[in-house]
Design a protein around this ligand. Structure first.
Ligand code: ZN
Ligand code: MN
Length: 486
């Protein structure tokens, strides 16, 4: 029997505001443990929360970018539970009346057409502190320490809607997460580093027989540490649940844990022991009124989003669609291309050189484009030299490698290494003669009609001139000498 898969996400994203959500402690990932804390974010009796306006703006910005309705009135609620990293015994979150509701995020669906994945709500809440155990796992630890630096850091919670275009496969789940992270980094409201815990996912999954309209029991998998783990957990669950269903069983509604070593999920707690959070409106915080002017002000700050950039790059620079998608995947790369483009005459070459040559060097050095030692101005100069034929492609690669290593300007590297393309036809003709003399076999092969041997001779001339000859010109010269057309 065939099953439909329905996948949902609750994603927690730490906002990169300067200060925390309800106090003026700085948000810092480098600070010594428990050094950026105060009575408010450690839950001391008598302290009162004061809402961070910037965090509200960031939430509304995310809501607008994900096509949500921005509620005119929003409310903060207490979510009560006990855990040592939660000093107040409750988390200030939102329950009824979240800031943003009923949006969507467009991804490319499995059928190859754009699919607007439903976003049920985006709300704002505070993060908890962090427990540091004396050994790797809680079970084997002798003691645990708590760091409250993270307590009170503003957190977005983005919840998908299982009733409006839910995610239907592991592949769609992956596109959703990539798209979500891409948009949030374009908005510059979070760095979304999974390693730093700035982007954390709970994922739920259920199966139902194809054509069936109801919903099956779902398994929720908490605190996934990487995209890879999420995808492995989903694949495992699809297999496990379809086995249970096809053997006539019922999938238990439960929370499961992903075992990072064995790459399987296992039961953690059932529906019966699901916590009751006893939500109620936080009496310390007034309802939040968002007037039209505030929302429109935030809308004015919406940056250009990836989809739009793809269209613009294609239109303004004439680059292929596939390349436009690659260039806009990360905002830093798109910004780099945008900075170079006005300085470059040949933007197709620019695009190709970023994707082929610059990416290769960045990968080798394992650094991001933000850390790239070659700036857009220098890179644009190099592309112009290439377009003018002042250096060859081979020479250009050497120049770029030097720029990458030393940070020197391309013109200085070219003159220092003598990489300028050989313009002197006489000099080139001499190199051609020499190569022909040194390689009588390929020459006679060409004369005997085996014309592809000319490639070998061109390669030899390029070697002799240390890549400074224009290969097109070399082919022409060889063609003339050997009586074969170009
Ligand atoms: Zn504080
Ligand atoms: Mn939450």
């Amino acid at each position: 029997m065939d099953y439909d898969v329905i996948i949902g996400f609750e994603t927690h994203v730490e906002l990169k505001t300067r200060t925390k959500l309800f106090c003026d402690c700085p948000v810092s990932y480098e600070a010594e443990p428990n050094s950026v804390i105060c009575p408010v974010c450690t839950g001391q009796p008598g302290s009162l929360p004061v809402l961070n306006k910037r965090a509200v703006e960031y939430t509304v910005l995310a809501g607008l970018a994900m096509n949500c309705r921005i509620n005119e009135k929003a409310r903060f609620a207490r979510k009560n539970y006990f855990y040592p990293d939660l000093p107040k015994g409750y988390q200030i979150s939102q329950y009824e009346m979240p800031l943003c509701e009923d949006g969507y995020l467009e991804i490319l669906g499995d059928d190859g057409t754009p699919c607007p994945v439903g976003i049920r709500r985006i709300h704002l809440e505070e993060d908890a502190g962090k427990l540091v155990h004396s050994s790797n796992s809680f079970e084997t630890s002798d003691y645990s320490l708590v760091d409250y630096n993270r307590s009170g850091v503003p957190l977005l919670e983005i919840v998908t809607d299982h009733q409006r275009n839910p995610l239907r496969s592991t592949r769609e789940a992956k596109s959703y997460l990539e798209k979500l992270r891409q948009i949030l980094t374009y908005l510059e409201i979070s760095d979304c580093s999974m390693e730093k815990g700035q982007f954390r996912c709970d994922v739920n999954i259920s199966l139902r027989p194809k054509g069936y309209q109801g919903y099956g029991n779902r398994a929720e998998i908490k605190n996934m540490a990487s995209f890879k783990s999420i995808m492995d957990a989903l694949d495992y669950e699809i297999g496990r649940q379809s086995e249970v269903l096809s053997s006539g069983g019922t999938v238990a509604q439960e929370t499961r844990l992903f075992d990072e070593d064995r790459r399987i999920t296992r039961s953690m707690r059932s529906k019966e022991d699901a916590p009751d959070y006893r939500y109620f409106p936080d009496p310390d915080l007034l309802d939040l009124g968002l007037d039209h002017g505030f929302v429109e002000g935030v809308r004015m700050n919406l940056p250009e989003l990836p989809e739009h950039r793809v269209r613009r790059f294609i239109k303004e620079s004439g680059i292929p669609e596939g390349e436009a998608y690659i260039l806009t995947k990360e905002k830093g790369v798109a910004d780099f291309f945008s900075a170079c483009a006005p300085l470059c005459r040949d933007r197709k070459k620019l695009s190709r050189w970023i994707i082929k040559e610059l990416f290769r060097l960045l990968n080798l050095a394992s650094i991001s484009i933000e850390e790239c030692p070659v700036g857009p101005e220098g890179f644009a100069v190099l592309i112009n030299y290439l377009a003018e034929g002042r250096i060859t492609e081979m020479g250009g690669r050497t120049v770029l490698e030097e720029m990458f290593k030393t940070g020197a300007a391309p013109q200085d590297i070219i003159s220092e290494l003598g990489l300028e393309t050989i313009k002197d036809r006489g000099l080139l003709a001499k190199a051609v003669e020499e190569v022909m003399e040194e390689n009588p076999r390929p020459v006679s092969q060409i004369l005997g009609g085996k014309r592809e041997a000319i490639k070998f001779l061109i390669g030899q001339v390029m070697r002799k001139t240390r890549g400074k000859a224009d290969p097109k010109e070399v082919r022409e010269l060889l063609g003339k000498r050997l009586g074969t057309p170009g």
